[in-house]
Design a protein around this ligand. Structure first.
Ligand code: GDG
Length: 471
């Protein structure tokens, strides 16, 4: 049987602590490696004075990880630079924030070459390779240049931008051309896939044959594979002692008020400023509801080395302070804004205690918080998910209250609708969403992709347009 080599920027070795401590994606990829045998390869997260390509192998619970250290300059140009200041904003449609610097592009290419040099000797002829995410677009081509003939797949965890936005990046054509080194590419939604196909056909002259794009000698199959969560693990996590304690604490501290919860990495794509503005509109328009609700926003900081992330942190501190200053009373504060992370089972308890899950990214590849919120609910008295129509998750969670996150009025109306929603309606919407979260979980996603990569499934034609998230 073929071994599976997974390659991603960061690598998660299995941990000894209870299963809830790790994200569902890490656990699912580890399980895949256990099933097929193989390796998980990537950056160690450490720096070294001079790159050596020395691999640190580790084996834990049946999973082998192989990591390499990078130079300070690599991290500046490849990770903080091209990945986080060029590709991340551009792929979330924020060309106003995207920085196009040749130094970043050069460093990104150099690091991918370094990964390819290091990985090449580990690849055996029957292995199947699966590259994850935007840090590694050119890796497939770098491996082909070094004689790797194996099947290689690529999965993109973030959106794919419309072609006219992508065209603003100087290396766009080259980047998309190198993607034809892969045999299979996967996206969370049809919308992202359509944008990719548009670019490849209009800008590069690729042709479409069913679900395959053809460019010269290369054939690239493109599929939709929406990622899910480890639903069983999350449901179990919601009834651990820690979850129950968190649930009780939240309920006690709510003193009969309805809690609205948001949980997001501190990132401009998550629409936090717009969310606060929508909530403020709700408070302004519904004075009678003011002391009946509060918003708990959990936002652990991320990518603190990047300037735009420092800015959003300052902006949110100002905004939450202003809203609290304008509306708070001696016995009530409208926003509890928290800049720290919590263990996963504590999060599950918090989700369960919240009458509303407010998930309003401006643009999001999928958004797992939306699915976690659904999985954590009490089936007999579930809360309401308010979800941005611009999150990939909206294509699956059609019974959420879908909103345009840019519209404070829509967010405000959705909060009111959710607060007034009958238990009957809440249960019906929740059941339909939970059916999806249970069925299309992270193992389903992983199997969908690896089966396609190994040619074990039946290709379906690409529909002309995405009927869901095309807005
Ligand atoms: C990228 C794409 C796509 C958050 N706060 C805490 C915490 N989290 C966990 C959540 C969730 C995860 O982080 C965030 O996942 P998302 O999907 O919402 O967002 P990204 O990090 O931007 O992920 C995204 C995803 O890749 C997968 O393909 O869905 O669109 O952008 O699991 O629970 N976890 C803990 N404490 C926290 O305080 N333990």
């Amino acid at each position: 049987m073929s071994r599976l080599i997974i390659i991603s920027n960061r690598v998660s070795a299995p941990k000894d602590s209870h299963a809830g401590a790790q994200g569902g994606l890490a656990v699912a990829l580890q399980a895949a490696i256990r099933e097929f045998g193989g390796i998980w390869f990537g950056w160690s997260g450490e720096t070294v004075e001079e790159f050596t390509g020395q691999i640190n192998f580790q084996r834990a619970q049946g999973v082998t990880t192989a990591t390499v250290d990078l130079e300070e300059q690599d991290i500046e140009e490849y990770y903080n630079g091209y990945a986080n200041r060029t590709l991340w904003p551009l792929f979330h449609y924020r060309i106003d924030l995207a920085e196009y610097e040749r130094g970043f592009a050069g460093g990104y290419q150099r690091v991918n070459e370094r990964f390819a040099d290091t990985l090449r000797p580990l690849v055996e002829s029957e292995d199947i390779l699966w590259v994850q995410d935007y840090h590694m677009f050119p890796l497939g081509q770098c491996l082909r240049d070094r004689g790797v003939k194996n099947r290689i797949g690529f999965f993109l965890h973030i959106p794919w931008p419309p072609r006219r936005l992508l065209a603003t990046m100087p290396e766009a054509q080259e980047l998309v051309r190198t993607m034809f080194a892969y045999d299979l590419v996967g996206f969370h939604t049809q919308e992202w896939l359509d944008s990719f196909r548009d670019y490849a056909t209009y800008e590069l002259g690729a042709t479409v044959e069913g679900d395959t794009l053809v460019l010269g000698e290369r054939r690239l199959r493109a599929i939709v594979a929406p990622i899910g969560i480890d639903c069983k693990e999350f449901v179990a996590g919601a009834s651990t002692a820690a979850a129950k304690l968190a649930y009780r604490r939240m309920r006690d501290s709510a003193v009969g008020r309805d809690m609205i919860v948001g949980v997001d990495r501190l990132d401009y794509s998550k629409g936090l400023e717009e969310r606060f503005a929508g909530y403020e509109r709700f408070l302004a328009e519904h004075p009678e509801e003011r002391k009946e609700v509060f918003l708990l926003q959990i936002a652990p900081p991320s990518r603190g080395a990047v300037e735009s992330y420092k800015k959003i942190r300052t902006a949110l501190e100002g905004l939450s302070g202003r809203i609290n200053g304008a509306y708070a009373d001696t016995d009530w504060v409208p926003i509890r804004y928290v800049n720290q992370g919590y263990p996963r089972d504590v999060l599950a308890g918090i989700y369960r205690a919240a009458r509303i899950g407010l998930v309003t990214p401006l643009r999001d590849g999928m958004n797992l918080v939306a699915k976690e919120y659904v999985a954590a609910q009490d089936p007999e008295d579930p809360g309401v998910l308010i979800l941005s129509r611009f999150a990939g998750a909206a294509a699956q969670l059609k019974d959420a209250v879908l909103v345009n996150p840019y519209s404070a009025d829509e967010v405000s109306d959705a909060i009111m609708q959710a607060l007034r929603m009958s238990r009957e309606e809440r249960k019906a919407r929740w059941r339909s969403m939970m059916d999806n979260v249970e069925a299309e979980d992270v193992v389903w996603w992983r199997t969908l992709f690896t089966d396609a990569l190994m040619g074990k499934d039946t290709p379906a034609p690409i529909p002309a347009h995405n009927d869901v998230a095309a807005a």
